[in-house]
Design a protein. Sequence first.
Length: 640
Amino acid sequence: MGHVKTLLLQFCICLCGCLWVTGQAGADTAPTITKQPVDASVSLGAKVVFTATTTGSPAPAFQWQFQSVDLPAATNRTLTLTNIQLTQAGEYQLVVANSAGAITSRVTRLDVDPMFTQIAAPLFNIAGGSSGASWTDVNNDGWLDLFIVGKFSGGTVLCTNRGDGTFGKATGTGIAASGIGGASWGDYDNDGWPDLFVAGDNALYHNQHNGTFKKSVLNVGSTYCLGWADVDGDGFLDLFAGNYYTGGTGVFLRNNGAGALTKVTTNAPARGAGNLQGISWADYDNDGRPDLFIAVTSGQKCQLYHNDGGGNFTRITNQPPVLTAGNFACGAWGDYDNDGRPDLFVCGYNQQHLLFHNEGNGVFTTVTNAGPIITDAGDDQSAGWADYDNDGWLDLFVCSGGPTHGLKDFLYHNNGDGTFTKITTGSLANDTGEGAAASWGDYDRDGFPDLFVTNFQNLADGDKSNYLYHNSGNTNAWLTVRCLGRVSNTTGIGAKVRVKARIGGREMWQLREISGGGAYLSQHSPEAMFGLGDATQIETVRIEWPSGTVQELTGVAPRQFLTVREPARLRARGLSGEDFQVELEGGPATYFLETSGDLQTWDRPSPTPVVSGVLHVAAPANPASSAQWLRAVEADAGTP
């Protein structure tokens, strides 16, 4: 019996030992990675978050590695890198370990694109999301300022350019909007200072020249998208505003030249059904009058209106841009093939991208062989053309994301042969917020266009910012032209600027048309920005003013900001007694009148300058010549 008892005791000890060991094996499990970190491609200055989902018991420890070397203090499951620099590009791994074992994640690649630097600042963000964005030089100091529109109670922010690459928040301006939509700048009273209309609130803000604005509210119904244009060629900016939320009728406001905008109800564009999302002005047939394209959602067709002159429009119904019904949000004009005629890109919600080539004479064709720019589809809102690398060909940025977010934006590089390459690196092509406005402007005056993008619903994967993308530039030449109208509107809106130069051994013209806002809640810089590649001289700069005046400069040096004032215009009024009367139109300036009998020697009959504006002056006859020429010389500039 004693022997038997010993055997039983040993069995129990063994059994107990087995149970104890088995219990420990169930508690300790080697770590696993159930969700691997994913590759990222961002721009300079961006933020990157690498993360993994893991299991294991006891809870594992973490160590991130860069190029197979442990990163100091990087001992969490998530690795956050901020203000990304080129030196941080490379391979990252996460080592996960506990007492039962260790495992290493897949090699995760971080690419850093040096073309743009992503700048996020609290100043740029509005609680609840942002809608519109627009560039202008609000205080006439030579630097572009930025205006951002929030959503409903979010308000607005005017970011004033300090001239050192940073912005400050303007306070005490008197701008207090609480609507939703776009905002566009235009000098509606031609006093030389840009004024502002904010959609939603229907608020017109008159620039008081001292950093403040005087507000007036126009009773014109609901508005959402808008843009300025001198529709009737009288030298004063008119305004068209479309509405998305309440039925889609448009509002056309004509400027009476005396500081008032009046609603036009007869033969005004966009009286049809449809939710109007984005409007864009451009003189597509080069007849000197701005025409209007309207992107329409809610399963309707887009609308195109030809400006017949005198404030009259004809709706075009037989051209490709207006034949397809869909949910379109934006139309963006740009001469992508440098043939001197503006072409049209159209995008929208869950829509395939469309590109229409302008054949001239009011005819468009649908482009079918341009590459991914027309095969891609997105949940898109805004689009804007700019030659971001200054090679002489317009490139295109498209905001995507939509209400459900998660989709990336698009950046297409123009190959110069009618096709485009889709850029897949950098933050411009990989951010996932719901992009709304996309506005190009060279805020630091380095000759390369920068981009501001608003986040409509503050939706993104871990980030809800509005972003400013600074263009790092390259060695390509450039020219920026600012147009100051004298007979035309002072902002130069509607002016067509053409530049002729030899680039890459090829002589070609480029076209830019100064915009008064549009696309989708966006307004680009009021300057004409040209990329010139390897050009060392510009043969011709040609400006076709809305007034009809054509001005040419030759032998212009590149890499400069060129301010061009529209010449004063003299019109013969006929004889009055012994004097010959003329009419001088010159805008907000003073002039000396000079006479000549041979166009070589000029005399100034009076040392007193004449006041700006439209006036009548008497030019004394020149008894030494049977013919007399008369010119006006701007008093400050010293040139005709």
